[in-house]
Design a protein around this ligand. Structure first.
Ligand code: ADP
Length: 684
């Protein structure tokens, strides 16, 4: 019995001892945790006053000893802003018994500091499960929040900058388009008058140069679209020789102004009609040839087009733009396709430019399934080369062109040009038409060649001479030919650079049959030769495609609301030429007043005007019409070409839209949509 009791007491004291040890261990573990864990831990009573905090929390509150905080609450440590929010959270937990996980708390301190913590808060329960307070653990996330804050601010700045950029582009486009409207429009008006050939050529060049410039402006606008992958290709059938010829003629003005030779060669195996996005191709070429002209002081710029490969109804063409310009240093050459990148920043002031052109060119070429590259030697020049795939189209006009060319078969022609590239290109072109070509590089050798061929009774029917040559120029050569009766039958055609037009008397005296501006379009040269040799069945009308109706069957009464005097002149000139009556007003308010009567058939409404803009004026007119039941067609005329402008005009109640620079055809077709009887008139 004694032993039993002794064992029992021994066991009991053993259990108590073990329990004491466990309790001690537990307390030690908690102390260790509270002493060393880097996150802040707190325990609070139901009144949200602290019962205990850990060492890290004491440090966070700037206290020497964690015990200092016992009995205090958040209102003693923080500003009211944070203390009140934390108090509410804790009271909610006490009421609901539900914890809160990972909230981001903004802590505002009395000294003005702000810190951020990631906090989880839970109900504190006794052994029976009754809620007796709260406890929580929080981690400092101030650095992360500051970085996020900075990122957000940077993003806001970037977004504001991007908006400012597109606003700028839209405004710039508007500012440029307004004078362009006048340049293109006036040139078109001039072309519709009876012009002597030289002036017609000038006006056509102005028009074509204006059109290229306009394309460029549009494409700069498109840059944002290209960047966001929103550009879509618009494939059309086009005559590659005509298209590139016109483009090169437009660029020739600048090249000739600098005394550069500008030449192009399209290999004979390149199909006449291609299917592809010619506008985008032209944009790339205008950029590369434009750059070549810009960065070349002496020598020549040559565009070559060859077939790289063919497959069924498709062809891949290789375009090479070669210049004898300043070249690009090897360390810069890799970067020229990067946006806003210019090989030598100091050239910017000298040569101008944005550094955007090649980036756009590269993106467009890639979109068209090709690739672009460059090779360059400083001081010698550069070659930009790219490939693009096209479909092969059918050309109905080809047969007749070939028929006419048949007349040229076997005709002997002497080409005189000091520039070897030009000689090669002309020889190939004329040779392709079956002509027998001799090329010489100076006036002296031309006269020798003519004398020799006369001896052999195989005289040249045609002399095709450059005007601008060293030593003896083309006109002096022509004078020598005319002074020699042996060469009486020779027909002379001159090739000249832009600004070198002699007066008509000289041309007549020297019996120069035609004078063409370089680089000459294949079709223009062919027409000139056929006409000069008297082989044409009928005289050629070079501007058939441009002629527009001179008189309309129906005369419209048009209200024109436009504040720019130049644009007023242009529109009035055009519309009155078509036989319409135009009533001009200068702002939206006047348009609303004038539109009140039944006197007008249609309104042409500029969008941006002082006093009241076109959109407001349209809304006012439409509002008034709700009582009259009438509907006056309103056509917007705007230099805003950004996406969404058309929709804005439509939303204001406009019925049609013509973008500026206003193109005769576009305006005519838009009017014809409302007044179909206009389209029945005869073209002159
Ligand atoms: P921009 O001509 O408007 O500056 P681009 O993107 O068209 O912009 O050209 C970028 C840069 O590449 C030019 O600033 C120039 O330094 C260089 N570059 C382009 N083409 C030529 C060229 N044919 N010869 C020499 N440098 C060129």
């Amino acid at each position: 019995m004694f032993r039993f009791l002794a064992r029992l007491f021994g066991a009991t004291s053993e259990a108590a001892r073990r329990r004491d040890e466990e309790a001690l261990l537990e307390a030690n573990l908690l102390d260790a945790l509270m002493e060393h864990i880097p996150d802040n831990i707190y325990f609070k009573g139901k009144d949200s006053r602290f019962i205990r905090i850990n060492r890290a929390a004491a440090k966070w509150y700037d206290l020497e000893d964690p015990a200092e905080v016992i009995g205090k609450d958040d209102f003693d440590l923080f500003t009211r802003e944070h203390a009140a929010a934390a108090f509410e959270d804790e009271q909610r937990i006490i009421e609901s018994g539900e914890p809160i996980w990972h909230i981001e708390e903004k802590e505002t301190w009395p000294d003005g500091r702000i810190t951020w913590v990631d906090t989880s808060k839970l109900p504190l329960k006794d052994r029976k499960g009754n809620v007796i307070g709260t406890f929580g653990i929080s981690r400092d996330i101030t650095d992360r929040k500051r970085i996020e804050e900075r990122l957000r601010a940077a993003k806001e700045i970037a977004e504001a900058a991007s908006k400012a950029k597109s606003d700028f582009v839209a405004n710039m486009s508007h500012e440029i388009r307004t004078p362009m409207n006048a340049i293109i429009g006036m040139a078109e008006l001039m072309l519709d008058t009876d012009l002597p050939p030289t002036l017609r050529d000038y006006a056509e060049t102005i028009l074509e140069a204006g059109e290229s410039l306009l394309t460029l402006i549009n494409d700069i606008l498109d840059f944002a679209k290209i960047e966001s992958g929103k550009v879509e290709l618009a494939p059309v059938s086009f005559d590659v020789r005509e298209g590139i010829g016109s483009m090169m003629k437009a660029l020739a003005v600048r090249a000739h102004h600098k005394g550069l030779e500008l030449a192009y060669e399209i290999a004979s195996e390149v199909p006449q009609v291609l299917v592809g996005d010619f506008c985008r191709l032209r944009q790339v070429l205008v950029n590369l040839v434009g750059n070549a002209i810009k960065f070349t002081e002496d020598g020549e710029v040559v565009l070559e087009v060859r077939v790289a490969s063919t497959a069924n109804d498709a062809v891949k063409l290789e375009f090479r733009v070669q210049d004898t310009g300043i070249g690009i240093p090897p360390d810069k050459v890799r970067h020229v396709f990067e946006e806003f990148e210019q090989a030598d920043k100091s050239t910017t002031r000298r040569y101008g430019g944005t550094g955007l052109g090649l980036t756009i060119a590269q993106r467009l070429v890639e979109m068209m399934g090709g690739s672009i590259g460059v090779e360059s030697v400083v001081g010698k020049g550069s070659v930009f080369q790219f490939t693009v795939g096209f479909g092969v189209g059918h050309d109905d006009a080809l047969a007749s062109a070939e028929g006419e060319r048949g007349h040229l078969q076997g005709t002997r022609v002497l080409v005189v040009d000091d520039n070897a590239t030009n000689r090669r290109i002309l020889a190939e072109m004329l040779g392709n038409w079956g002509m027998l070509v001799t090329t010489v590089s100076s006036a002296d050798s031309a006269l020798d060649a003519m004398a020799a061929s006369h001896e052999q009774s195989t005289p040249y029917s045609l002399v095709l001479s450059d005007v601008h040559m060293p030593d003896i120029d083309g006109y002096s050569l022509a004078a020598s030919i005319r002074a020699d009766s042996r060469f009486d039958a020779a027909v002379i055609i001159m090739l000249t650079s832009g600004g070198m037009q002699p007066d008509a008397d000289i041309l007549a005296d020297l019996r120069i049959a035609a004078q063409l501006t370089k680089p000459v379009k294949q079709s223009d040269l062919q027409t000139a030769i056929i006409t000069a040799l008297g082989l044409a069945d009928q005289p050629h009308c070079g501007n058939a495609s441009r002629s527009l109706p001179a008189l309309t069957k129906r005369s419209l009464r048009i209200l024109l609301a436009e504040d720019s005097i130049v644009n007023q002149k242009l529109a009035v000139g055009l519309l009155t030429k078509w036989g319409h009556h135009v009533h001009v007003v200068c702002n939206g308010e006047e348009a609303v007043a004038a539109g009140d009567s039944d006197e007008h058939d249609v309104v042409l409404m500029d969008v941006e005007m002082p006093v009241m803009d076109g959109l407001q004026a349209t809304r006012a007119i439409r509002l008034r019409e709700q009582t009259t039941g009438r509907h006056l067609p309103i056509i917007a005329m705007t230099a805003h070409a950004m996406t969404g402008d058309r929709e804005k005009c439509a939303a204001a109640g406009m019925d049609g839209y013509v973008s500026k620079p206003m193109r005769q055809h576009e305006l005519y077709q838009t009017l014809a949509m409302f007044f179909p009887d206009l389209s029945e008139v005869a073209c002159h």
